[in-house]
Design a protein around this ligand. Structure first.
Ligand SMILES: [Zn+2]
Length: 177
């Protein structure tokens, strides 16, 4: 991402992930979007669906990995890069290890739940049987702004309804920024 080298090779994928995250926000979900890319082609897509599916595991990354596995007809996602708007949590980072992905690209860091550098780094633990390189901070400002806008709006509507929403407990970016 040094100046003059043109756009990041996964910039188009990140833009698509941002669109998926926006779709999540419009459905009332914390805006996180992910795409899986193989040979410059998107082979899997996912966005947060935790509320709609009432599923604690319905994170964007897991959904994109499963979508990619279905597309490719294999669980071992060798050659695949996962591109996601927010630093993955421990569950999703663990899934990236299990899926044997080639690379992770993420946008905003998640200081409260991130498991690829913030709280721990599951991408580079020598005790695990797979490691992968990580590109951090692609369109981080845009990804972070999208999350902050979502939480600002939600706090405002919770206040208007006279509810105490308490801590956001999101497991992903609850109080990001
Ligand atoms: Zn996750």
């Amino acid at each position: 991402m040094s100046p003059g080298t043109g756009p990041h090779p996964f910039d188009g994928a990140m833009r698509e992930a941002l669109v998926l995250a926006d779709e999540a926000a419009r459905a009332g979900e914390v805006p996180v979007g992910a795409v899986a890319v193989l040979d410059s082609k998107v082979v899997g897509r996912g966005r947060n669906r935790r509320e709609e599916d009432r599923d604690p595991c319905a994170h964007a990354e897991l959904i994109a990995l499963r979508d990619a596995a279905r597309t490719l007809g294999r669980w071992r996602l060798t050659g695949v890069t996962l591109v996601v708007t927010l630093e993955p949590c421990a569950m999703c980072a663990g899934a990236l290890v299990l899926a044997r992905v080639d690379r992770l690209v993420f946008g905003a860091p998640d200081p409260k739940a991130g498991a690829v550098g913030s709280l721990m780094d599951l991408s580079a633990d020598p005790r695990l049987n797979h490691r992968f390189p990580v590109d951090r901070g692609l369109r981080a400002d845009e990804c972070g702004a999208q999350l902050r806008a979502f939480f600002r709006l939600r706090r405002a509507s919770a206040g208007a309804a006279g509810e105490n929403s308490g801590s956001s407990e999101l497991g992903s970016g609850g109080e990001i920024g």
